[in-house]
Design a protein around this ligand. Structure first.
Ligand code: ZN
Length: 93
């Protein structure tokens, strides 16, 4: 008796990376002004403060490289980006 070979042993695997609607944690690119490090932060590592004026609207994070607390002004676009990405928002007066 001859051994029966299985049906086509070459099933193509479809790459799932071509999905336009990418789910999962959103990564925000940021840079540290202290140590010049560049890194990506997820929504949980960022804090957004929305105040009454542009001066009191900013986002902050802690540099994973040197541990410095960084605070940067957040424009309308950044605010939309961060809130849309699930960053916790603080309302300051
Ligand atoms: Zn740093």
């Amino acid at each position: 008796m001859s051994p029966t070979s299985g049906p086509g042993s070459g099933s193509p695997t479809t790459p799932a990376a071509a999905d336009p609607a990418t789910r999962g944690p959103v990564a925000f690119k940021a840079a540290c002004p202290d140590c010049q490090a560049r890194f990506e932060l997820d929504a949980g590592a960022l804090r957004l403060a929305i105040g009454g004026s542009r001066r009191t609207t900013f986002y902050s994070f802690t540099c994973p490289e040197c541990g410095a607390s960084v605070r940067k002004p957040a424009g309308e676009r950044i605010v939309e980006l961060l809130t849309g990405g699930g960053v916790s928002t603080l309302r300051s007066i």
